[in-house]
Design a protein around this ligand. Structure first.
Ligand code: MD6
Ligand code: FE
Length: 218
């Protein structure tokens, strides 16, 4: 399943790694060699568990639509945020985590210095133009030092990466198709979000941004 990184010697790029923090990294273009292999299984997952917009505990419908694969899926409703083994829409287990997506996650975590990443949850987010993700911390996982691997596909977005307090001024990080953000350890609880997606059409993904995040949730 390891992609053929060096088949196209005219266009192969050296790794571009940017630090966002002590244990937070952007791996530019890391997912590009995996995209072809990832899209078909992703489509299968979304056939079984289509994107849907969920309601936050505060009663707002999220602008981002989501789905999940893996043993655990992140959900929200008026009762709160949590991980569940079942899709609330069907009462059935979430689709399994495709092997190629798992392998991409493990490879990215390893490239960012996190050995032995063992993801059991993959949250898939779909942004249409105008959709955004307000500043938040990810803290529904059991181990709050294990890394999160976040893969961006499709339209570009501006990712906000802040500090440990909501009021800390966030960095603005452009994320493009194929970029992967990995963070954990001391940076795991930093506030982050996504600014409203600009209009556009991506050659491979169309008029949307898909982001999937792999985690060890349970
Ligand atoms: C997004 N990402 O990029 C939203 N959370 O669409 C997240 O909320 C996120 O990218 C934790 C770790 C990585 C992330
Ligand atoms: Fe998050």
């Amino acid at each position: 399943m390891t992609p053929d990184l060096f088949s196209d010697t005219d266009t192969a790029q050296p790794p571009r790694i940017e630090a966002l923090g002590t244990q937070a990294w952007v791996l530019r273009g890391f997912a590009l060699p995996w995209v072809e292999g990832v899209l078909a299984p992703l489509r299968e997952v979304l056939k079984a568990a289509p994107f849907r917009r969920m309601v936050t505990p505060g009663g707002f419908t999220m602008s981002v639509a989501l789905s999940n694969c893996g043993a655990l899926g992140w959900t929200t409703d008026t009762h709160g945020y949590r991980y569940s083994p079942l899709d609330p829409r069907t009462g059935l287990p979430w689709p399994g985590l495709p092997i190629v997506i798992r392998e991409l996650g493990i490879a990215a975590a390893s490239a960012a210095g996190f050995a032995d990443f063992d993801p059991d949850a993959c949250l898939i987010n779909r942004y249409l133009p105008g959709a955004k993700m307000s500043l938040h911390q990810d803290k529904n996982e059991r181990d709050l030092e294990a890394p999160v691997v976040s893969v961006s596909l499709g339209l570009p977005a501006v990712f906000q990466f802040g500090g440990h307090a909501r009021g800390d001024r966030p960095l603005r990080v452009p994320l493009l198709h194929g970029d992967v953000v990995v963070w954990g350890g001391v940076d795991r609880l930093r506030y982050h979000g996504v600014l409203p997606l600009a209009q556009g059409t991506h050659a491979v993904m169309g008029a949307q941004r898909i982001n999937f995040t792999l985690r060890k949730a349970g």
